[in-house]
Design a protein around this ligand. Sequence first.
Ligand code: COS
Length: 379
Amino acid sequence: MDFSLSEEHFAVRETARTFAKTELLPGVIERDELQKFPKEQVAKLGELGFLGMMVDPSYGGSGMDAVSYVIAIEEIAKIDASAAVVMSVNNSLVCWGLEKYGTEEQKQKYLKPLASGQKLGAFALSEPEAGSDATHQQTSALDKGDHYLLNGTKNWITNGGSSDYVIVIAHTFPELAHKGINAFVVEKGWDGFTIAPKENKMGIRSSDTHQLLFNDVKIPKSNLIPPDKGGFKFAMETLNGGRIGIAAQALGIAAGAYELSLQYAKERKTFGKPLSQHQAIQFKLADMATQIEAARLLCYKAAFLKDTHQDYSIASATAKLFASKVAMDVTVEAVQIHGGYGYVKEFHVERLMRDAKITQIYEGTSEIQKMVISRSLLK
Ligand code: COS
């Protein structure tokens, strides 16, 4: 067993860390407050090759491994968890599926601009009445001969307002239940496709979350992602990788809050000495560091399994379940260590605490991860 990272991994960490400090940190509080999408910063992430990190260079990607992806997302999320989810969605939920299952035409037309950062993507599975219970899709894409006709509503779609292309999961054969579901590439601006106003969220407020409405949207036959009737499996496999990205985001949120707390504990004095010399604070820091390290190892393990072409579905669920709890626990402690300062915006930890919560909800709630893990234990 070898826990060491490669030179490339260290280089990715350095690049992501520098980018986060110089490009994301300025304005992060304001973007959260105003729910402002980090448009320019996302464009720069694209220039760095961070929007298609694992995609083959022949399709506009950076050809890196999943461990590099985890490292980059951790660093970005330490500073700006909203930018981290934009990155995670484009990489894991959009580019991955197109590269693995898309036709050559779809790869040329959609994957190339998405992976190179010229376009942004979204993934639409959740519905008003089908979030966790994803097999109960109500959106339909019926076969009308020379096109599919898409009708339905998708909820809480990350990058919903900013994306150029959306992968939409919909029923083509409702009578076949989840075995009649398909995945399609839908372009923004097509007739009948409307985007509801941005959701006003507790956390990751500068990420762009919208309801999408489809009313008799015509999808060309060539935009079905093969195989026909394979859409549910496609969505589940996509989420297996997505969960590595969200686990890494949760890890970054926790690590960011911890680093701020460590620094603060050295600077802030109470009862005549720095906080860091009070055992109550030392023990909190030790617990935080231990939990973060454990979460990091689970993220790396899931990424390693993916990189070595082994089954990573359980490892990604485990990493997400654990890292999202660590994000919640560590950020609450970070606010506690900061005391009154932790409750005001300038010190960042209150934002990280609000940002942490969503990691226990999206791309499969913690309860769904427990279902996935326990089913595999008991089968
Ligand atoms: N990877 C690959 N395939 C999977 C899978 C996974 N993680 N989870 C389920 N599947 C497959 C099953 O193997 C089954 O395939 P077959 O029909 O060929 O046997 C199919 O999907 C249906 O699965 P299952 O019978 O287990 O369906 P259930 O409704 O009991 O459970 C869960 C499906 C709950 C696991 C699924 O709906 C889920 O993951 N829900 C959460 C979705 C989610 O993350 N939503 C967040 C919004 S997306 S940002």
